[in-house]
Design a binder for this molecule. Structure first.
Ligand SMILES: [Zn+2]
Length: 290
């Protein structure tokens, strides 16, 4: 079935249609279309709509393919169903949360799609292997040694209990140097803990004002699925554009820890106390990785 390539989004620009490249964050081309069909062109942004009414969109899709061949792709089966599910989740997130951002709902949708389709998610753990319904390709690592640098469109999840303090220091230093996104997690006798979530040195580092790392307990299957269910929506909020336009902090972990007490299910958050004399991030002045 012919559908719109997930890399693009069609935006109305006065009486024209802009072909916006989500991955590269730029308009590829402006096309002139029949003014009466503008709404029909915009509906092509919904893969679900195309899948349900192929006949209706055939003409529009053919025109779009002529204007920008890469815009139209052939997709069927499970891949198509996954894409529809992903788009519906992105649309729902944008609809429910747009008032927390100084961005239009449509731009939130585009950025959520960018995270779900084009951000790399890495999980560093010797025991936890997350299953997310929307994020399919999680890269699993049991050591930091293969990682030499951080990327911009990447979210790193780190199981604190799997690593020694020195390994975490090495990793933090690299993340600080490369302005990378990482979210730590662990389990204790009393609480399940998500965070801190960090972006470069924006909110400090894992070691700010901490002499020792927490005493951790094993992450059971039950705890792992609780963490995964919270992390999936947390990851969406760590899109760099969304973070930049967030008016009210709706994250669980940005510069803080989110603790859930396992007996009472009460939640609380604890903000990082940044330290200007921190030996790891020095309050933002970052040391080189040796
Ligand atoms: Zn620090």
């Amino acid at each position: 079935m012919l559908i719109k390539n997930k890399k693009y989004h069609l935006i109305k620009e006065q009486e024209l249609i802009a072909i916006y490249n989500i991955q590269e964050q730029k308009v590829e081309k402006l096309i002139k279309v029949d003014p009466l069909l503008i709404e029909c062109y915009l509906e092509v942004n919904s893969t679900k709509a195309i899948a349900e009414q192929q006949e209706k969109y055939h003409h529009v899709l053919t025109n779009l393919q002529k204007a920008w061949p890469d815009l139209i792709v052939d997709m069927d089966g499970e891949k198509l169903e996954q894409l529809i599910e992903l788009e519906e989740a992105a649309r729902e997130f944008a609809r429910l949360n747009h008032h927390y951002f100084s961005l239009k709902e449509e731009m939130i949708f585009i950025n959520v799609k960018e995270t779900l389709s084009f951000y790399t998610v890495n999980n560093f753990s010797k025991s936890v292997d997350f299953k997310f319904s929307l994020l399919k390709d999680i890269h699993q690592y049991t050591a930091f040694s293969n990682k030499k640098k951080g990327e911009q469109k990447e979210i790193n999840l780190i199981d604190i209990a799997s690593f020694e303090k020195e390994e975490l220091q090495y990793f933090e230093t690299m993340m600080l140097r490369d302005d990378s996104i990482r979210i730590y997690y662990y389990n204790t006798v009393q609480d399940v803990v998500l965070g801190e979530g960090l972006v470069g040195s924006d909110y400090g580092c894992l070691f700010c004002n901490k002499d020792e790392l927490p005493d951790t307990s094993e992450i059971t299957a039950e705890v792992s699925s609780l963490i995964a269910s919270l992390l999936q929506f947390e990851i969406i909020k760590y899109n760099r554009n969304l973070l930049a336009f967030l008016n009210e902090d709706i994250t669980l972990t940005k510069g803080k820890k989110f603790l859930i007490n396992k007996s009472t299910f009460e939640a609380q958050d604890i903000h990082i106390k940044r330290s200007s004399v921190c030996t790891c991030c020095a309050g933002g002045t970052v040391r080189k990785v040796v």
